[in-house]
Ligand binder design. Sequence first.
Ligand code: GDP
Length: 437
Amino acid sequence: APVMAIVGTPNVGKSTLFNRIVGQRLAIVEDRPGITRDRIYASTEWRSRSFRVIDTGGLELGQVDAIATRIRAQVELAIDEAEVIVFVVDGVVGLTSADEEIANLLRRSGKPVIVAVNKLDRAERNALAYDFYGLGFDKTIGISAEHALGIGDLLDAVFDYFPPASTDLDQIDEDAIKVAVIGRPNVGKSSLINAILGEDRVLVSEVAGTTRDAIDTAFTMDETRFVLIDTAGMRKRGKVYEATEKYSVLRALRAIERCDVAVLVIDADSGIIEQDKRVVGYALDAGKAIVVAVNKWDAIEKNGKTAQEFEKMIRSHFPFLSWAPIVFVSAKTRQRVRRVLEIAAEAAENHAQRIATSTVNTIVQEAVAMVPPPTDKGKRLKILYATQVAVKPPTFAIFVNRAEMMHFSYERYLENKLRESFGFLGTPMRILIRERN
Ligand code: GDP
């Protein structure tokens, strides 16, 4: 799908615009401390066309760069990654010298640039945006990200610069299971991908070149079709992938956004570090199915309990991943490489699973009969009914008389009951509590 990037100086409203375009995502009920909620990459739709949005300003990697360096990095990312660039400026403050600098960088890119003059809350938005026409970009549109004004016009303008829809890989290979192999550098991602594609029964059917240097590899194993997302630099020892940290984070995020299942590769030899948690946090936030592959299993000394001990260690580092299957692999000896794919296929199936409302209600009613809902001041929470409202990941709405009476622990109990019944191995689940009188 095509990519639109949002660039601009601090405080012009980039993130507000991003959220406005991407829309309110389903509330994540589960609280997972230490996991970032900020997303800089998201998929959305306009006029039935999927596209992806990057909020380059949200790309905060923790280093204390000068603002100028950060902005330059943003613009470079946008230029590399996007089909269309939306350059956000502040319509109240007016044109600043920092805007001019960004404009210079953008002009040299040759990419289509649309100027979004933000914070114009009145009807005569486009007239107020007049100051910015002088920048000479393809289009200038007055908007208010906060009040949702002019957003449709902006997206229409963006849309005009998207390439024809038929070139989207996402649309060509809809049924294939999209797998992203993720993990910090040197855990063996490239080796694992090469091992997968070198398997006897794996037929690499095509190498679909998408935009720029992102390469997806399509293959079939035992009649199941897979697409490995963004294998650029992984199949050869090129390492385009991890050229710079900011770039690799963005690459990883994009791969995650596009996948069904993320295979998180962990290094058995060096163990789990903070960076592993950050990587998996992105996949969790995006609601993807996750399989943990503990690689370099050949390289460590083992006794009868090693796998068990590893599993325990992993579960304690990733308590929010209790549902994710763990496979011990070696890209080097190819031990259980096929198993990773089998499990990924199963996780993808669960991720897309749809359960009939009557079945969901039977389970929930049984659960309620077994453990009654919480009470407050003598009144008991009533669970009215439940239904699945979305797939990828399976998302359930539970309708109750008073939402504030729902306890986290009771919600968790219901989630566990649903999990037990439907076996959502490898997929996260979401529960929304909705009030109904
Ligand atoms: P990436 O950065 O995650 O793509 O990691 P690479 O695939 O480049 O691997 C990093 C290093 O780990 C290389 O030196 C590999 O040869 C080594 N390596 C990868 N997989 C295995 C494995 O299963 N066993 C052993 N012993 N070494 C491995």
